[in-house]
Ligand binder design. Structure first.
Ligand code: SF4
Length: 700
């Protein structure tokens, strides 16, 4: 079935590793994945999701014509003209009747940079609403907030992954790359082969933890206390890098005092991690010349996520790690364009270039690029959960792109209720997701290999995804949708459906911002296999292009004085702790064969066969106490609802904790249970811990 046409080099549609792959045409149409070894991050390796990615292009699973809900309440095929007219008229009508902020926009961390940029501009210029946010708020927003607070700049990894094997010790906190991004595991394997050590902090003995030199399993929601206890020991054992602290940071005395209030024995009581293990972590982390802490959703998806990540950053700063070779703090971002998705303006408080929406100079600059009056730009809006919670009340119409909150939002049954109560919902998607199925208008859009666009990987490496196949008839691009809607809303100029043209404008809008893309072009991305931002355009004509910045902070941090900030933090309990009625903790996460809300991967036969449904992981002692056998149907009940799934009994989890993956809808939808309590800084919901009880489903 092979064709001789040259394969197209591109990147995987799924996670933030953005593995390189070649797509080769096959006889009869379609493409197949071929190895692409020239992309250094994965060097040809792919996980099952990447290998089977062409299946998501399959027409059988695709939406190929717009759908409009008729008077009978059913979705029925419609022409593009009719569907776009209906959306524009509903958004304009809502705006006229209730004001611009009654129209909401919800984006996604999987949208390309061009789409994320255009969506932010569309909300603020074509609709004039402040009510825009995106699902990345649920992903790494706490790490972004903590990184900005400490370093003055948030780039998930301030160094390339190739630095991982060259360090002496990595502490992976609440991260399971063996399942979330398997090809990245080689960096940790190589680290150990070179004599470095890997410490994994996770309440579960995950596939990643199995490969660690040391696995410590704190109670969910106590990572903040854990980091404080480690910092206490660093001080007590005289391991602070005083010279570095004096030369490159501010705020140490306050942070030191806060840590000294967290005695190791006190921390042991909170976390369940024995003091000797705490001492061992400190020894392993402090002895090598270079070391790093990498966090993921475990510490971040908490109602104290920003302070939790901040505590780990304080540990790194006190030991002199950030801004030194092969050292520092980094966040392993999850979604495909999780990094770029947060830089270009689809976030409630941001403008392109990672500028703040309430900064007058930023507003002037971006308004200048957009050709509008800075005073016409709305101010910051609600964060993602707050926006979803306001649907049907203050926010009466919603345009949603690249997200499936009915499955992925916390307190999902409530969110579904709010969505159902809207006056009008329009969804642009590639498949009829659970959220799209509730829409008044569904717009079928192109995806991944059917279009060209850029993404920014977890390393801050801007990449070019190239079009490799012709989209199905009847499908249009998200950029086309926004251009057409803007025109119908009276904004005829300033919206293009040509991705390169949009990227050229994005370059200008980002110029001078923290995430400066102005020196990056499609031509460079194609020739150089990606460019790390910031990469400003040289001021002098004819000067050599900026090479990009793989490693940040080597000379200075991004605060005006060039110093990193310690922020004093203290332990606090999770928003919901176990009690008599709900005596257990629930934590959630991913499995290797599914991705996020499962909208794409549940439609891929091979992946679905490998991971067909949710399950409840519980410890044998808990199972015995509850009289539960392997495979029994269990109801997990929280204050917000119940989810039902079969038992999976394993000694790899704490006896006080149960785990469920979050990729499914229906009776096993775990986000029915999760807690929307928000972090006060990042507005991240507390996905990672809530109080539950577990019952045999037949008893429930
Ligand atoms: Fe795709 Fe992520 Fe798997 Fe790589 S690790 S193939 S980017 S899903």
């Amino acid at each position: 079935m092979q064709n001789t046409a040259a394969p197209t080099p591109t990147h995987c549609p799924y996670c933030a590793l953005q593995c390189g792959m070649n797509l080769a045409p096959v006889e009869g149409g379609g493409v197949e994945v071929r190895e692409r070894t020239d992309f250094p991050v994965n060097r040809g390796a792919l996980c099952g999701k990447g290998r089977t990615a062409p299946a998501v292009l399959d027409r059988g699973a695709r939406l190929t014509e717009p759908l409009v809900r008729g008077a009978d309440g059913e979705l029925a095929p419609a022409s593009w003209e009719d569907a776009l007219d209906r959306v524009a008229s509903a958004l304009a009508g809502t705006r006229a009747e209730h004001g611009a902020d009654a129209v909401g926009v919800f984006g996604g961390g999987g949208l390309t940079n061009e789409k994320a940029y255009t969506l932010g501009k569309f909300a603020r210029v074509a609709l004039g609403t402040s009510q825009i946010d995106y699902n990345g708020r649920f992903c790494m927003s706490s790490a972004a907030a903590a990184g900005t607070r400490a370093f003055g700049l948030d780039r998930g990894l301030p160094f390339p992954l190739e630095d991982v094997p060259r360090t002496g010790c990595v502490i992976l906190v609440g991260s399971n790359p063996a399942e979330t991004m398997p090809p990245s595991l080689r960096y940790f394997t190589e680290l150990r082969e070179r004599g470095g050590t890997l410490i994994v902090v996770d309440p579960r003995r995950t596939r990643t933890a199995e490969q660690a030199d040391l696995h410590i399993a704190p109670r969910p929601g106590t990572d903040l206390a854990l980091a404080l206890g480690l910092l206490h020991l660093v001080v007590a054992e005289g391991r602070v890098d005083e010279e570095y602290v004096a030369a490159r940071t501010t705020g140490w005395e306050e942070a030191r005092a806060a840590a000294m209030a967290h005695w190791p024995e006190y921390v042991e009581r909170i976390t369940g991690v024995p003091v000797p293990q705490l001492r061992e972590v400190v020894r392993m982390f402090c002895e090598p010349e270079a070391a790093m802490v990498l966090t993921a959703r475990g510490p971040e998806q908490q109602s104290k996520g920003t302070d939790t990540v901040g505590a780990w950053i304080n540990l790194c700063l006190a030991t002199g790690r950030p801004g030194r070779p092969y050292s520092g703090y980094g966040c392993l971002t999850g979604q495909g364009n999780g990094q770029g998705g947060r830089e270009h303006g689809q976030k409630a408080d941001q403008l392109p270039g990672y500028r703040k929406l309430d900064d007058p100079e930023a507003r002037r600059h971006v308004a200048g690029v957009w050709g509008v009056d800075p005073d016409s730009l709305p101010g910051p809006g609600r964060s993602a959960y707050e926006l979803l919670d306001a649907l049907g009340t203050d926010v009466r119409a919603l345009l949603l792109m690249g997200s499936n909150p009915v499955v992925s939002a916390p307190r999902a049954a409530h969110v579904e209720e709010r969505i159902r109560s809207l006056d009008f919902l329009a969804v642009a998607d590639v498949v009829l997701s659970e959220t799209a199925a509730l829409a008044d208008v569904v717009l079928p859009v192109t995806q991944w290999a059917e279009e060209t666009g850029t993404t920014t990987s977890l390393e801050g490496r801007v990449l070019l995804r190239r079009r490799a196949v012709t989209p199905p008839d009847g499908v249009r691009g998200d950029l086309y949708v926004m251009r057409e809607l803007a025109a119908r809303l009276g904004v005829e100029k300033g919206f293009s459906d040509d991705p390169e043209e949009v990227f050229e404008e994005l370059r200008r809008a980002s110029a001078g911002g923290l995430a400066d893309y102005s020196g990056i072009t499609y031509r460079r991305l194609a020739a150089e296999n990606g460019v790390f931002w910031p990469a400003p355009e040289p001021r002098e004509a004819g000067a050599a292009p900026h090479p990009g910045t793989p490693r940040l902070f080597l000379d200075r941090f991004a605060h005006p004085d060039g110093r990193a900030r310690f922020v004093p933090v203290a332990h606090r309990a999770s928003a919901e702790e176990p009690d008599e009625e709900y005596p257990l903790l629930l934590t959630t996460g991913r499995v290797v064969s599914q991705y996020q809300s499962g909208a794409q991967t549940r439609r891929v036969a091979e992946l679905n066969a490998a991971a067909p449904g949710p399950f409840v992981e519980l410890h044998p002692r808990l199972a015995e106490r509850l009289g539960v056998a392997e495979g029994d149907r269990l109801a997990v009940v929280s204050r917000r609802g119940r989810a039902v799934a079969p038992a999976r009994i394993t000694g790899a989890i704490r006896p006080d904790t149960v785990f469920m993956p979050f990729h499914w809808y229906g009776e096993g939808r775990v986000n029915t249970l999760t807690n929307p309590a928000l972090d006060p800084v990042s507005r991240m919901p507390e996905f990672k811990t809530c109080a539950v009880r577990v019952e045999r489903s037949s008893d429930a």
